[in-house]
Design a protein. Sequence first.
Length: 357
Amino acid sequence: ENSTVSYITMSDLENDYSHSVDRILVPIYLHVADCRQKRIVELMMEQEQYRLNAETQNKLDALGQFSAGVAHELNNAIAVIEQASRWLPVMLETFIDNYASDLMDSFNQGLKSKRLTSKQQRERAREIMRNFKLNSNLARKCAHANMQDDDLERLVGNDKSEKQLQKLIEIYEIGALLYNLGVSGEQASAVVESMRNLGNATTTSNNEVDLAESMDRTLSILRNVTKGISIQIDKPEIPIVLLGNKGELVQIWTNLIRNSCEAMRTYGNADPKIQISLKRITGFAEITISDNGPGIPDKDLNKIFQPNFTTKKTGLDFGLGLGLSIVMRIIESYGGQIRTANNPEKGACFIVTFPAS
């Protein structure tokens, strides 16, 4: 390195009678020794950080090899599910059209699976009870099936109305089930691909993805997981579009929302709620997912994204500690960030930011 050399001659020292040689040289030696010690500490810290980084990368490499093997074994089963999810709707559509054409609209409505949120379903059920004088159980089923006023007006009042309504609801549920089967098959393929790339630092994602659409797809997949939990979503009027991979985004939301649901159920929350917010902030998309569960222990806040760290260690909810580490890897590969905190009142909050297109 470029250096500066300072020196003094013995003759200079001999001519200066105010200080002894020791009084001049000892502070210089001490200063040099102090600088060397500080530099040694810096080098040791750098070496330790390098060791930790290498250890983390070794873990990810091992996980990558393991998950690549698992992905290979899963591919054939997922291919069968995807093929069935494409074939069954076509066959059932033909069958229903031939033998029960009056049920076709409900079946197609189910295939679209544009479901209402839990809060919207409750409000819609009360509206149906008030307008069509149906009992609460049937009104709730009609709201769940997203039945429109036109269908209800046509059926209610008929002697066979309840039986016909039950048929429409059942055929809607079949369509919705097939829709979820297709979505889950696609998502399973995306998760397998993500597992295969677990040890990689980057991911290729060049498609335009509507953020709100990816969230809707996630909630459709998690339909059974979120049952009984009130979910409120705030979406912007103008869609937020990211350059990415829809399957990977769904994987992020699936992990975060599922964790919230499991935490609240373990906590025994009587009124579990999840608040989801999607908004644009000057060149960035910000996604906030918060709940009113037990929150995250302070000692775990800096650990939860580490590979192999899990709080689920017993019972049927045991975890491998991979979910959030995969989430962080995907988010960082998009140039984004994820951070977590506890809400001031109660519950945990995850905030994800992405560069917006």
